[in-house]
Write a protein that binds this ligand. Sequence first.
Ligand code: GLC
Ligand code: CA
Length: 551
Amino acid sequence: MINAQTDHSWWRQAVVYQIYPRSFADGNGDGIGDLRGVINRIDHLRKLGVDAVWLSPFYPSALADGGYDVDDYRDVDPLLGTLADFDELTARLHEIGLKMIIDLVPNHSSDRHVWFREALAAPKGSPARARYIFRDGLGPDGSEPPADWPSIFGGPAWEPVGDGQWYLHLFAKEQPDLNWDNPEVRADFLHTLRFWSDRGVDGFRVDVAHGLAKRLPVELPPWSELRTRTGAGQHPLWDRDEVHDIYAEWRAVFNEYTPPRTAVAEAWVDADRRPSYASAEGLGQAFNFDLLQSDYDAPSFRTVITENLELAARSGSSTTWVLSNHDVVRHPTRYGLPPLGAKDPDSVIAKHGADWLRSGGTEPKLDRELGLRRARAATLIELALPGSAYLYQGEELGLHEVAGIPADQRQDPAFFRSGGEQIGRDGCRVPLPWTATGSSYGFGSGPAHLPQPDWFAGLAVEVQDRDPDSTLALYRAALRLRRELQAEESLTWLDTGREDVLAFRRPNGWTCVSNFGSEPYPLTADEVLLSSSPLDGDELPGATTIWTRPA
Ligand code: GLC
Ligand code: CA
């Protein structure tokens, strides 16, 4: 076995488990998940068999955007614990051989960050305002916004501060965009990278990595022009070429450590722009959200897989596979709804399930069983692919999205800022069920900060732990086998004679066969190692994936 401490490429084919800390486990019963909760449940991660944890933001925050509004980049939210708890968690993860990846949110701070408070207190044109993006309003008294741009969560992207100036926030108004042309901003983030790396953090997930570098012309273009403007690397707001100068500086810091600290970019950019984020001179890896945006459909999966292996080869990085995260409808639910068809050209973020959420979970009709069956099949494909896989907490339980959260209990700013047009992401952030009973199904000794549905009881960790056919058992078996079978980062497609059946083989013979259709597919003489659903004699049923090796 490879020694992870000295292995500089541990991340290339790692399985990373995303923890959304306020919803994972609550250690003190106040209804909000915390670091003690994660420490208490660390055995779940060990038994699951993942290689690393990615901790979504745990920093002090007023939770205007689930913690992606950071008050202080170098501290822990007192509701979640202390720096000492953080160190303990990191040490405990390391003890059981897991890496710690933390979420870094550099595009914007929160409006409670000391810098933003200083900016508000300081006059127009001051150095304090130069750390953010302030502009004069239009009209004689500056009471009109500098431009008509909408924020990603709905509502305007410019907010007035009362003296004729406005600041830019591409997300919620509590998330002012930082000015990355400012040397002080740059230096401070290098400090933050070292602060956490010195504490033993192994890697960083970089939020909105394609947004940092901006070039706003004096005359701000209207949104009608901006939204359609592309021109690789030259958009005023997104994916500018200069953003890579920032990551080159970060890379120098990452490489001060042994093994070098890693990073993965959350960059919603065209596929052919991804390799620069993933290059060894930059962040080193970039999320590929193509599977997450793809319908459950064999030709789509095949295209996505082929394209992304080619892109990874171009950057020298490994590719990343994601089926669910804290921003999208969970994949069992997506796969149990009618296919999305073509992507919405106006939206980078997958919208699959949006109508269903808006209807409170009634329209269109969700086939829960089929959705889960397909999700299990898709997961076995994901875990057999070359590269690394990012799992989202709760997917190992086969959880569906929670619909029908009452409006007065919703938390996502997208819901409020869009006037309810976007239901938002609360449905995948509902606290996890650990036990079949208890006030919050074992999430904590008290309540849960988002309402949990009754069906959580049957899917609790303790229930699935006893059931060899559970989704939890499948994930555990798959991760154990994956470790044994792991091979070089390539695959060969096998001819299946059917468009709805995909099969690929890794260089050591590890083979994955997936039947996306409904007609059974005859098995070969190969030894079956794992199956996402029970086999039917010597046939592979529909919506089922198997792992095999030559007999
Ligand atoms: C990223 C995060 C998302 C957050 C947004 C703004 O897309 O994944 O949860 O709302 O950035 O920080
Ligand atoms: Ca708590």
